[in-house]
Design a protein. Structure first.
Length: 163
């Protein structure tokens, strides 16, 4: 019985080259305009939720209507630059996140297909080694060490642990 193949994808050299060129173009366009926060910094600054975006929008609207009420220590020009830049990149972030998730999901299915096929091959090597097929025992023994008996995937119960 054939295994179910969840996905079948191929990329030509030209397609991979075009993808790499597009990523290079994105990197060049963003060079000097983006930052890389540490995990600690991400936790410190977080993300504003939709409710807080409404607060920012409302404050901007009121600042436009009542410029005399803006605290002197607040740099309104910098606030406006940040506000505009955030609006400009919001759509691009959503598009890139969508593409990134599609790539991750595709990789997940490819990994699953490869792993289940590798398990089938391993099971066949175990069977052939038991039948004293020439060369099968060394392949089986070499692969056998990859399966942990202390909570890792067990080839006998069909567990699949993809990370």
């Amino acid at each position: 019985m054939a295994l179910e193949n969840l996905i079948s994808v191929t990329f030509s050299d030209e397609e991979l080259n075009n993808l790499n060129k597009a990523i290079t173009m994105l990197n060049k366009a963003l060079h000097g305009k983006t930052v890389n926060l540490t995990p600690e910094q991400r936790g410190q600054y977080g993300r504003i939720a939709n409710q807080n975006k409404l607060i920012v929008d409302k404050a901007k609207s009121y600042m436009e209507q009542h410029p005399d009420w803006i605290p002197r220590f607040l740099d309104k020009e910098e606030f406006d630059r940040d506000y505009i830049a955030r609006k400009q990149i919001e759509t691009q972030v959503q598009l890139l996140e969508s593409l990134s998730q599609q790539l991750v999901d595709t990789r997940t299915l490819l990994d699953y297909d490869n792993y289940t096929n590798a398990l089938s091959f391993y099971r066949m090597m175990r069977f052939l080694a038991g039948e004293n097929e020439p060369g099968a025992k060394s392949v089986y023994e070499d692969m056998k060490v990859l399966f942990k008996r202390n909570g890792g995937p067990s080839i006998d119960d069909g567990d699949i642990d993809l990370e």
